[in-house]
Design a protein around this ligand. Structure first.
Ligand SMILES: Nc1ncnc2c1ncn2[C@@H]1O[C@H](COP(=O)(O)OP(=O)(O)OP(=O)(O)O)[C@@H](O)[C@H]1O
Length: 603
């Protein structure tokens, strides 16, 4: 599917932004609005017909032929009206869905292009609200409100002109309450824009809390937390309720006054009409015309008010869409430099997640030589995982440089950089799709033989074959049908298929199942063969056999060297090694557990 990256700039804020959005499908929207106006004007024809009929019926003798003709005109006008309504609706919906499609694609494309830091400042719920609800609001505005709003302006204007032309005094009587109604509307909507901003913010919080609640439902169930106790969700729902009650308390009177005034035009039309009719200054036809059409004039103001309310709502969503579309992409230099080799080098790297936050890495300097295994070890929170994420530019170093083959990774075209790096992390994400689809993320054009070879090497082929439809088995959301170890092996197969020269590996901290662990280790050995490997190491065997070990503490390199060198001189490494070794011997239920069937934590 083509991404409209070359589409118009993000819509400007406010009303201009909405018009720009409408302009994306200008001709469809224009014809739809025109059809809606014609349809609304045709809707007035029966009122004129009724007024003419009154004189025809009360004539002496009654002009029945004219009544019949007028009835046919009314029916014809109504049929024509429905044709225009249908045309307007279809065109408006087509335009709206095209705009919706364009916006969603552009937002999705943008989300794929922005740096990861963009997401750390937002919740998934708020992004979902923009991608779905805000865009839907634009769709609904284009499909429903815009044609309605145009008709709601055009028709009262045309009606007012027609009524003034028939009798200006009665025309004034028809709209005499309008200034008061407008006053009531202005009073009611005085804080309309602010109110929409507040309401939208509450909805965002509600969405985020709801999403988190669903995601964390296992923990909530495990700890017996009911919805009411899940603080943020129940608070945001209560907040929404309070806001709505407050809004209605403040604005209910204004809405009531507006509704009453809009519906009260007959109070003025009946006495004024009766008086003018009795003086012979108004014909029966004109009197009936004002009695049936006069109230309609004000009723269309009601539609205008609803349309305006929606304009404000869409503007709030439009501002959020705009904010996303204006976020700068991760800079992608179309450089011509080619890495001289597949070694990694960290040169005085500083990093912090938040501009205002503390440094997570300071002056980190070390080499991960080509074709060798470099292990990162250190206490929890030392910055090991963060360091690994700087290589594929998931995050950008705030100082110093990360180099691949002697070239700063920021100087390499992103596609080239990413094609050289594979990542196997503990938290494996599998997309909703078949096993084969998930594997092909590694290499889209892989042949069946290549897929199978990679899965055999990753020790995944047998369990995939045992699945109900083998490689065609659908994996549920987040690959729910596979065990943690199986997911790991699938991600190793994916990395094998990608066949990138640099491998970044975040080892799993523990496996409950020794058989699974043994298979994963075999698969990893196949994967590491001949590549530059940088591994966040948790296993003794990986640590002891690594070519180079970097010891991190508090975001800085404490020491580096081989296992033997570090054991002889680095006290932190000695402590880490000792605690790893202790963990190796540790079993749940004491030393006897192995023989008595207790669960082993480490094999
Ligand atoms: N997305 C994030 N936003 C802000 N701070 C973060 C983020 N991820 C990690 N940190 C912080 O950065 C520091 C280093 O974390 P990191 O995950 O790199 O450590 P680690 O050595 O891999 O720890 P572990 O072995 O426990 O996984 C920690 O203080 C952590 O709280």
């Amino acid at each position: 599917m083509a991404v409209p990256a070359e589409g118009p700039n993000p819509p400007p804020p406010g009303l201009a932004g909405l018009l720009r959005l409408l302009g994306l499908q200008g001709s469809l929207v224009g014809v739809s609005a025109l059809s809606a106006s014609v349809a609304a004007a045709l809707g007035l024809v029966p009122f004129f017909v009724v007024s003419r009929m009154a004189t025809a019926i009360y004539a002496q003798p009654p002009r029945l032929d004219e009544v019949r003709t007028l009835a046919l005109v009314a029916v014809g006008a109504l049929l024509l009206r429905y044709t225009f309504v249908a045309g307007s609706t279809v065109l408006a919906h087509v335009a709206a869905f095209r705009i919706l499609h364009d916006l969603r694609l552009r937002i999705a494309h943008k989300l794929g292009a922005v740096p990861l830091s963009f997401f750390s400042r937002r919740t998934t719920g708020s992004l979902k609200t923009t991608l779905m609800d805000d865009v839907n609001q634009v769709e609904s505005f284009v499909a429903h409100n815009f044609p309605d709003a145009v008709a709601a302006v055009v028709v009262p204007l045309a009606t007012a002109i027609a009524l003034v032309w028939v009798d200006w005094r009665m025309a004034i009587a028809s709209i005499i309450v309008a200034p008061f109604a407008v006053g009531a509307m202005a009073y009611t909507m005085r804080d309309g824009a602010d109110a929409h901003v507040q309401w939208n913010a509450i909805q965002h919080r509600m969405n985020s809390a709801l999403l988190e609640y669903i995601r964390g439902i296992k923990v909530i169930k495990t700890f017996g937390l009911s919805a009411a106790r899940f603080g943020e969700l129940s608070r945001s729902i209560q907040e929404g309720l309070n806001w709505m009650e407050g809004f209605m308390r403040t604005n209910g009177r204004g809405y009531g006054a507006f509704g009453a005034l809009i519906g009260s035009s007959l109070v003025f039309l009946v006495p004024a009409g009766g008086w003018l009719y009795s003086k012979g200054e108004l014909s029966l036809e004109e009197l009936v015309l004002f009695l049936v059409l006069g109230p309609q004039l004000l009723m269309s103001m009601m539609r205008l008010m609803f349309a305006w309310g929606n304009v404000e709502k869409v503007q709030v969503g439009n501002a959020r869409i705009r904010e996303i579309l204006l976020t700068p992409d991760l800079e992608d230099r179309a450089g011509t430099r080619v890495p001289a080799h597949d070694g990694l080098c960290f040169r005085q790297v500083d990093f912090r997640y938040d501009e205002a936050g503390p440094d997570v890495l300071h002056q980190v300097t070390f080499d991960a030589p080509a074709g060798k295994v470099t292990a990162l070890v250190g206490p929890s929170g030392a910055g090991k995982s963060t360091l690994v994420k700087l290589v594929p530019r998931l995050w950008e170093a705030t100082g110093g440089a990360v180099e691949l083959g002697g070239v700063d990774v920021r100087e390499l075209p992103l596609e080239q950089l990413l094609s050289r790096v594979s990542m196997v992390f503990q938290d494996v994400f599998l997309f909703h799709g078949t096993v084969r689809d998930n594997l092909r993320l590694g290499r889209a054009d892989a042949t069946e033989a290549q897929l199978e070879a990679a899965c055999r090497a990753a020790r995944a082929h047998d369990f995939i074959r045992a699945l109900p439809q083998g490689y065609d088995t659908m994996l549920g959301e987040r690959g729910a049908r596979l065990s943690g170890g199986e997911k790991q092996r699938l991600s190793i197969a994916r990395a094998l298929l990608k066949d990138a020269p640099v491998l970044l590996l975040d080892e799993a901290t523990a496996f409950a199942d020794p058989e699974n662990e043994a298979r994963i280790q075999e698969a990893l050995s196949e994967l590491c063969e001949g590549r530059t490997v940088m591994v966040v190491a948790h296993r003794l065997s990986t640590i002891a056999t690594a070519d180079h070990i970097v010891v991190l503490e508090g975001g800085a390199v404490r020491d580096q060297g081989t296992h033997e060198e570090l054991l002889s001189r680095c006290s932190l490494y000695q402590r880490l090694w000792a605690s790893h070794s202790d963990a190796q011997d540790w079993t749940l239920g004491g030393a006897d557990a192995r023989t008595s069937g207790g669960m082993e934590v480490a094999s």
